[in-house]
Design a protein around this ligand. Structure first.
Ligand code: C2E
Ligand code: MG
Ligand code: MG
Ligand code: MG
Length: 285
């Protein structure tokens, strides 16, 4: 079927295709300039410790405001960066910037997304080591989030890559778990430090029995392997209560905070510190 489609594409002239290609090239060019000019931003989304409801980490999420067009979703431009050889530079920029920024938040962990295109590079662990050294951040505060796509095809190389990263002292998390064909069975062999349950699995847990059971079973299985679990996409208090009950130890989602500029994270931290001081005061007196 794919072959048929390919042939049809070659023989039929479709002006819309040319327009698409032109737009894609323009997008790629603009992205290249943004990376080279350092014009990408990073938003930070709080990661919440379920038992205490304290912010204990942040996830770095890249943002691009395309000149003349406005914000472009990473779901759009990351795949383009992947296929046009820009992902290494983009990834390096995000990692370095996120680690640098996180240095001002000593009480927080920092999570950074890693694309298959970065992960596949045998030199990836070397440049992670380089960034750690350059930014002087403690390795154990850094978590790299990887998705499963590439792993199924290359289990051997995946295992090696994860081992190298863990040898540096960074943590490796499996992102978007439950969104694809993942089986928790092979989680153990890769040695992930954490799994993040995809938003699509969390979304309907209150409305759908089967969704809820699926989430529960997944969390239970991960916990039986001693792998801690983060729930993504928490939008309501009810969802927060439920996933916490099921055993997720870290919560993330709009309910706790949208991705935000670094300044706002700093502000939150200052508020949290102030609250701690006030609650401690009666005891101290
Ligand atoms: P992800 O790593 O799974 O990140 C979580 C995504 O879910 C983010 O979308 C975040 O804004 C969104 N989100 C968080 N909480 C909620 C919620 O309660 N409700 C809803 N509806 N959405 C929520 P974002 O920032 O658009 O990023 C999308 C994806 O793009 C990320 O998914 C990640 O796979 C990729 N990405 C983002 N930044 C980077 C980066 O620096 N490098 C790489 N390689 N990929 C990145
Ligand atoms: Mg992520
Ligand atoms: Mg995710
Ligand atoms: Mg995702």
């Amino acid at each position: 079927k794919a072959k048929e489609a390919g042939r049809a594409r070659m023989t039929l002239y479709d002006p819309a295709m040319d327009a698409d290609r032109g737009e894609r090239n323009a997008l790629e060019l603009d992205l290249r300039m943004a990376i080279e000019g350092g014009d990408l931003q990073i938003a930070y989304q709080p990661l919440i410790d379920a038992p205490t409801h304290q912010m204990t980490g942040v996830e770095a999420l890249v943002r691009w405001n395309r000149p003349g067009h406005g914000p472009v979703s990473p779901e759009t431009f990351i795949p383009i960066a992947e296929t046009s050889g820009l992902i290494e530079a983009l990834g390096l920029f995000v990692l370095r910037k996120a680690c640098e920024t996180a240095k001002q938040w000593p009480e927080l962990r920092i999570s950074v997304n890693v694309s298959p295109g970065q992960f596949r590079n045998p030199a990836f662990a070397d440049y992670v080591r380089y960034v750690l050294k350059q930014t002087e951040i403690e390795a154990k505060r850094v978590t790299l989030e990887v998705t499963e796509g590439y792993m199924i095809q290359n289990p051997q190389r995946t295992r090696q890559a994860i081992e190298r990263l863990k040898a540096l002292g960074v943590k490796v998390a499996l992102d978007d778990f439950g969104s694809g064909f993942s089986s928790i069975g092979y989680l153990r062999q890769f040695g992930f430090d954490r799994i993040k349950i995809d938003r699509s699995l969390v979304m309907d847990i209150l409305e759908s029995d089967s969704q809820r059971e699926m989430l529960q079973a997944t969390v239970a299985l991960a916990r039986s392997l001693d792998i801690p679990v983060t729930a993504e996409g928490i939008e309501t208090e009810e969802q927060a209560i439920a996933v916490r009950l099921f055993g997720c130890d870290t919560l993330q989602g709009y309910f706790f905070g949208r991705p935000m500029p670094a300044d706002q994270i700093t502000e939150r931290l200052m508020q949290a510190r102030a609250a701690k001081v006030t609650t401690r005061r009666p005891n101290a007196a």
